[in-house]
Write a protein that binds this ligand. Structure first.
Ligand code: 5AD
Ligand code: SF4
Length: 481
């Protein structure tokens, strides 16, 4: 949704307003002038590129950053040779950090050839202690660094950056502020992520997210509904409600509201066809939510329910606050109430002290729940988290062996589970032309499984009936009906 801003009403000769979002509109106008002036000097339009790492939350933040760049006059391109590149970083595992450092090396050589080039870094990694110092020391050519709490200030930060010949750094430790009504540029015209809450209060012992994304705060339901209504008016048929722990939505509001209550409100929006959400913490998943999902016509038949580990001993050390038995009971209850639902999960292997016997228990859970898909990760030590101080007597070779065993179990159960719909006809939202074969399009079923079938660009964004002809591991080959 591109926000309509009345530029004539903004007077750049006066002081910037203190109130948001008016203050940012003022800086967008100022940044527009800078961009225009730079373009005039170069004799062409300035280009910008956004590179996003990590989760859906970051993807959504990047849409906001790109919306601001578009508003101030940049032409967006998908190439790091652009005049301005931002890296929206992730830090959930160390390899995400390493990838960013690798990319900075590459972009540095481009900057040497194009001295006008500007490089901005933002996102979770910037909130991590020690990272800023490392960037200042080893990557001094970076122009702008900001964090997860102040992305709404991007226009203001860009103005400061263009007026400065030194690295501009603005990192906040935390915030209780939520700024509404800023521009955003959607990646897909027909589906969109919608933030419903920010931050996380769970402090799972391995996880850096609560430190880099701050305390949990929910958006006002009225703002959420207003945003979705505007999205639907603009052609969106599917929304993904985003939060680190959507099941605790609403607890911090002046008038508390449950997540299930919010879903019922979203369901009423006319023209909206599908509702998804991410991520659910098992400890907070209510019976009310299961009942709302069961009777809903719009909520998709998919639940992502991170397990992390199957052994209660490890779950306790992870501070997950459920036991293996409680998780299994919940999964069975969901399957009993909503038999056609697909369950997916996240699992970490190699948490400090996790033995082969513990991983056997995880595999038992995988076999019993029969996930449609599971994202498996090798534990990554994150400085500052409680688990970072826990000794790990288990060798890397053993961890790798445990990981491979788990992966095999996940693939076997998923293949069996995903294939169960073969021969049936289901609704699919067509998302894109197939990347590998342009004679095919790729669609998503309500249960999140992908189906590829013959079709052309005219189908993209449409909900169509598809016969699921053949199952191939995690996806289907189908036929339009
Ligand atoms: N190491 C490995 N995986 C992790 N995750 C979170 N923190 C870590 C870590 N330190 C995984 C969890 C989470 C997913 C988004 O990333 O499984 O659900
Ligand atoms: Fe991290 Fe746990 Fe919060 Fe998820 S719920 S973001 S794993 S602390």
């Amino acid at each position: 949704m591109q926000k309509e801003i009345d530029w004539n009403n903004i007077d750049l000769n006066s002081e910037p307003p203190a109130q948001e979002p008016m203050r940012q509109y003022y800086f967008m106008k100022k940044a527009r002038e800078i961009v225009m002036e730079e373009s005039r000097k170069l004799g062409r339009r300035l280009t910008a590129d956004g590179e996003t790492f990590g989760c859906q939350m970051n993807a959504k933040d990047s849409e906001k950053l790109i919306g601001i760049l578009g508003t101030i006059g940049f032409e967006m391109i998908d190439d790091e040779s652009a005049d301005l590149v931002f890296y929206n970083t992730c830090t959930v595992r160390d390899n995400a950090n390493q990838r960013v450092y690798g990319r900075l090396g590459l972009v540095h050589s481009m900057k040497k050839k194009n001295p006008h080039k500007k490089i901005a870094l933002c996102g979770c990694m910037m909130q991590e202690p020690g990272v800023i110092e490392k960037i200042q020391k080893s990557y001094p050519f970076v122009d702008l660094v900001f964090g997860t709490h102040n992305i709404y200030k991007f226009a203001e930060l860009l103005v400061t950056m263009y007026h400065s010949d030194r690295m501009v750094i603005d990192i906040w430790k935390d915030t209780d502020k939520i700024v509404e009504d800023l521009p955003a540029q959607r990646k897909y015209p027909f589906k969109s992520g919608v933030n419903i809450m920010y931050g996380c209060n769970n402090f799972c012992s391995y996880c850096i997210v609560p430190y880099v994304r701050g305390r949990e705060r929910s958006r006002n339901p009225k703002d959420i509904i207003r945003e979705i209504e505007a999205l639907v008016a603009d052609g969106v048929v599917e929304v993904m409600l985003l939060g680190q722990n959507v099941n605790s939505y609403g607890k911090t509001l002046d008038e508390p509201m449950s997540f299930a209550g919010l879903l019922q409100e979203v369901e009423k929006i006319e023209g909206l066809e599908r509702i998804r959400f991410m991520t659910s913490h098992p400890k907070d998943l209510s019976d009310e939510l299961i009942q709302v999902m069961k009777t809903s016509k719009k909520i998709c038949r998919h639940l992502h329910l991170p397990l992390q580990a199957g052994s209660t001993r490890i779950l306790t050390a992870m501070n997950r606050r459920y036991t293996k038995e409680q998780y299994l009971e919940l999964a069975h209850k969901i399957r009993r109430e909503i038999p056609d639902i697909s369950l997916t999960t996240d699992i970490i292997v190699g948490f400090p002290g996790e033995t082969a016997a513990d991983v056997d228990e995880t595999i038992e859970v995988v076999k019993e729940v029969e996930y449609d898909n599971a994202f498996t990760f090798i534990y990554s030590r994150r400085t500052g988290t409680p688990a970072a101080a826990m000794p790990n007597p288990v060798s890397d070779a053993e961890i790798k062996e445990n990981f491979d065993r788990l992966l095999k179990a996940v693939q076997e159960t998923a293949r069996k589970r995903v294939g169960r719909l073969t021969g049936e006809v289901h609704r699919a939202l067509v998302e894109e032309i197939n990347e590998h074969d342009s004679a095919l399009v790729s669609g998503r079923l309500s249960n999140n499984t992908i189906v590829h079938f013959p079709g052309d660009a005219s189908l993209v964004g449409k909900l169509v009936n598809v016969k699921l002809v053949e199952a191939h591991g995690f996806y289907y080959i189908g036929e339009l009906q």
